[in-house]
Design a protein around this ligand. Structure first.
Ligand code: SF4
Length: 196
């Protein structure tokens, strides 16, 4: 459902699954989002603080996931960066904008069976903190089996970290919506089932 608090261009970011925006649409939509956030910047301090909390919470999670990937990915017969379709979602982009990260040049989504555009010869070319959240948190069946067998990194601790960041991502969206429409908006608008 369209979010009445966002301008048309930004709403256009929320696209049905499987449809990849053109480079132009991606750029235009991100510009619209950037303008919107800039116009309300003075009301967005809580959102920026929430995004910074996510950045801090990501550090130990990334360390654990990177270690897991080093143990498994190079032996994988079916790399998830080819087999799966992933995308930057709205909350990813909110965090990138609020933290003033360099934005991805394009959406990550591909057709099934096509390699992600960010996949290079030695794995993902994006730094961990600028990858789609769905990539960062993904634990494949091989990794899960390894985790359960070895107990390292601690699966319960990983779960807890991921759940905490999920909650903080909801908080970022809530803070943005409150910041751009203080009187009318108090809860997140969407379940974000659509990729950008
Ligand atoms: S963004 Fe990086 S980790 Fe995610 S699918 Fe693409 S190459 Fe893989």
């Amino acid at each position: 459902m369209a979010n009445p608090s966002l301008p048309d261009d930004a709403v256009a970011l929320r696209r049905p699954q499987g449809i990849k925006p053109s480079a132009d649409a991606w750029r235009v939509s991100n510009c619209a989002l950037s303008r919107l956030l800039a116009a309300h910047r003075r009301h967005l301090a809580p959102a920026v603080a929430s995004a910074r909390r996510i950045r801090r919470a990501l550090a130990p999670l990334i360390a654990a996931m990177a270690s897991l990937n080093r143990q498994t990915c190079r032996f994988c017969p079916e790399p998830c960066c080819i087999a799966n379709t992933v995308w930057f979602d709205f909350r990813d982009l909110l965090c990138f904008h609020l933290l003033e990260y360099r934005l991805p040049a394009q959406q990550a989504a591909t057709e099934p069976g096509e390699a992600c555009p960010f996949l290079g010869g030695r794995g993902c070319r994006l730094p961990w903190h600028r990858r789609p959240w769905m990539c960062v948190k993904y634990i494949c069946p091989t990794q899960l089996a390894r985790l359960n067998r070895a107990g390292r990194p601690d699966p319960a601790a990983l779960d807890g970290r991921i759940a905490a960041i999920e909650n903080q991502r909801v908080q970022v969206e809530t803070d943005v919506l409150v910041g751009i429409k203080p009187k009318n908006r108090t809860t997140p608008s969407s379940a974000l089932a659509w990729p950008l």
